[in-house]
Ligand binder design. Structure first.
Ligand SMILES: NC(=O)c1ccc[n+]([C@@H]2O[C@H](COP(=O)([O-])OP(=O)(O)OC[C@H]3O[C@@H](n4cnc5c(N)ncnc54)[C@H](OP(=O)(O)O)[C@@H]3O)[C@@H](O)[C@H]2O)c1
Length: 358
């Protein structure tokens, strides 16, 4: 049986150097398994990605979830993060917290995008090392690849050219997160892995007009225009940029799969292998939300990178593939949006540091 939750000596990671057993690490002769007894910390559990990982973990029967809110633990503060790790002793960490947003948010808040993300990645990775977490999975982002990367983008494309200028500060911080995981693995033998998801959407997405990503932004715009009694929906850019999208529950499934099956310093892409033009996406969303709408593109607004499609063949070769088609995912997302009054659910059933985990 897995011995999870037992105090482990600090800085134990070095004992793992050279040990690479997927889904299982050996510490002082004790196997610490990623199973339903594990104490699992999902950083960012109220966000799009974190909430999907929590749903998936609960489906699998994981009950010892550690879910402090941002109000309880500001992940930019190393001392607070260290104190929380000392108190809560997570065995497994999904690092899905960060300052995230679309083109407008990146353009107007570049300092927050680089500072917050650099700090959050550094504090959590360092605390996971210092307090002996068995394994950590870090969420990178496909916008870390160069603007002119070959398409589809293989893992090797990272750091081979200039970044897309509209989100460079964010992308730099995301790259630093990958390098942190690699460095802690190399120097201390920590089993920290990085994944590179494509663009995501789904329940608990951010539908705020100023900071949302393209799918949430378009859904919101079609919805609001329908309610307003007007018919013209404005869409940023020329509509010709090509993008890939994954339903977030598929991403969560991939993250659990990789937590069990993957242990390497190279980051790994998580994508569907299919992309489409923003124009086609807008038409799909129109069909679901407001079939009578007229779409008007705004070519003076930025398109972002001309194409972004991940090469997910490495993940496929490990035996994982997504299940949810784009139309089905969009329908589920719009249902969630309508049922939840367009905004994220606040979950306050979270144990505070020191409180017993149910
Ligand atoms: N969305 C995508 O399309 C996409 C694609 C690829 C990769 N990713 C990566 O996936 C990760 C999660 O993205 P997401 O879309 O799920 O973002 P999100 O929906 O905005 O969620 C981010 C989460 O981080 C938390 N957080 C932010 N700052 C914090 C702080 N200082 N202390 C504690 N918690 C903090 C937020 O807490 P509150 O709930 O309190 O605000 C929220 O729960 C990010 O690393 C992102 O780079 C996302």
């Amino acid at each position: 049986m897995a011995l999870v939750g037992q105090r482990r000596p600090r800085e134990f990671c070095s004992t793992l150097l050279g040990v690479s057993i997927p889904g299982q690490n050996i510490t002082d002769g004790v196997a610490l398994m990623f199973d339903t007894e594990a104490r699992v910390y999902v950083a960012g559990h109220r966000g799009l990605v974190g909430s999907a990982i929590v749903r998936r973990l609960r489906q699998e029967g994981f009950e010892r979830l550690l879910l402090p809110t941002r109000a309880q633990l500001d992940l930019r503060n190393q001392a607070d993060v260290d104190a929380w790790f000392e108190e809560s002793n997570p065995g497994y960490v999904f690092l899905a917290a960060g300052t995230v947003g679309g083109i407008w948010a990146n353009a107007t808040r570049p300092a927050e995008f680089i500072y917050d993300n650099l700090m959050i990645h550094a504090t959590v990775v360092h605390a996971a090392y210092r307090h002996g977490a068995t394994k950590l999975l870090y969420l990178g982002s496909s916008c870390s690849y160069p603007r002119e990367a070959e398409q589809p983008m293989p893992e090797e494309a990272l750091l081979t050219g200039p970044l897309e200028p509209t989100n460079e500060p964010y992308a730099m911080a995301k790259i630093a997160g990958i390098k942190l995981c690699q460095a802690y693995r190399r120097q201390y033998g920590c089993d920290f892995i990085s994944v590179m998801p494509t663009n995501l959407y789904g329940p608990q997405d951010n539908f705020e007009t100023e900071s949302s990503h393209v799918i949430a932004a378009l859904m919101r715009r079609f919805h609001d225009v329908r309610l307003s009694g007007e018919s013209q929906v404005r869409v940023w850019g020329t509509g010709t940029a090509r993008r890939e999208f994954m339903y977030v529950d598929d991403l969560a499934d991939a993250c659990l799969f990789l937590m069990k099956e993957y242990s390497d310093e190279d980051h790994i892409n998580i994508g569907t292998g299919q992309d489409l033009e923003i124009r086609e996406l807008a038409e799909m969303i129109r069909e679901i939300v407001f079939p009578g709408a007229e779409i008007r593109f705004e070519p003076d607004k930025p398109d972002g990178a001309p194409r972004k499609l991940l090469d997910a063949s490495r993940l496929r070769a490990l035996g994982w593939q997504p299940e949810t088609g784009l139309k089905e995912g969009l329908r589920k997302t719009y249902s969630w949006f309508c049922e939840n009054n367009h905004s994220r659910i606040e979950s306050d059933k979270t144990p505070r540091p020191g409180e017993p985990i149910p």
